[in-house]
Write a protein that binds this ligand. Structure first.
Ligand code: GDP
Length: 159
């Protein structure tokens, strides 16, 4: 899980792994690791999810965590445009550190779409580059299962 501070990385993992959501604000310290088994076209996959502190994303500590990643989510808070710009910058940095790995852009907080700051042109530009963009809400659960299933599928196709 990669992305700015407070975009919803921890909440998305909590929703996916435990089916819970909390409004309580809890800053990720360092890294948190969760696992979940999913069934995918007759195979069982164990996802090991690394939730890395946002503001730390470029530190050398995080760089060493990144090195073992098979793929990643770039998480954006749809209500804050700077988190989108930062995610795209982060993608380039991660790419320079661990090479071309599967990733998906998650536009989180889809339940607050009336406050959306990311327009369809921004999204279309990413889609044109062959990138996958999924709208999620850790609060309602929208898109969360799909996001993890899609990333797992990409990982299987890109061992
Ligand atoms: P992180 O720093 O990226 O791990 O972000 P958190 O998961 O800690 O979430 C930051 C804040 O955003 C918390 O107050 C969450 O309750 C809230 N939040 C996370 N996801 C959503 C969402 O999909 N919708 C809404 N409305 N709030 C969310």
């Amino acid at each position: 899980m990669i992305g700015d501070f407070a975009v919803g990385k921890t909440s998305l993992v909590a929703r996916f792994v435990r089916q819970t959501f909390s409004d309580k604000y809890l800053t990720t310290i360092g890294v948190k690791i969760d696992t979940k088994l999913i069934d995918l076209s007759q195979e069982q996959i164990k996802l090991i999810l690394w939730d890395i502190a946002g503001s730390d994303a470029l530190s050398t500590v995080t760089a060493s965590y990144l090195r073992g990643a098979a793929g990643y989510f770039l998480v954006v808070d749809g209500t804050r445009k700077p988190t989108w710009d930062n995610a795209l910058n982060l993608q380039e940095l991660v790419n320079s550190q661990i090479g071309n790995k599967p990733f998906i852009l998650l536009l989180n907080k889809a339940d607050l779409q009336e406050q959306w700051e990311i327009n369809n042109l921004d999204i279309a530009e990413q889609l044109q580059q062959g990138r996958m963009v999924i709208h999620t809400s850790a609060k309602t659960g929208t898109g969360v299962e799909e996001a993890f299933t899609q990333l797992a599928t990409k990982l299987l196709n890109n061992p």
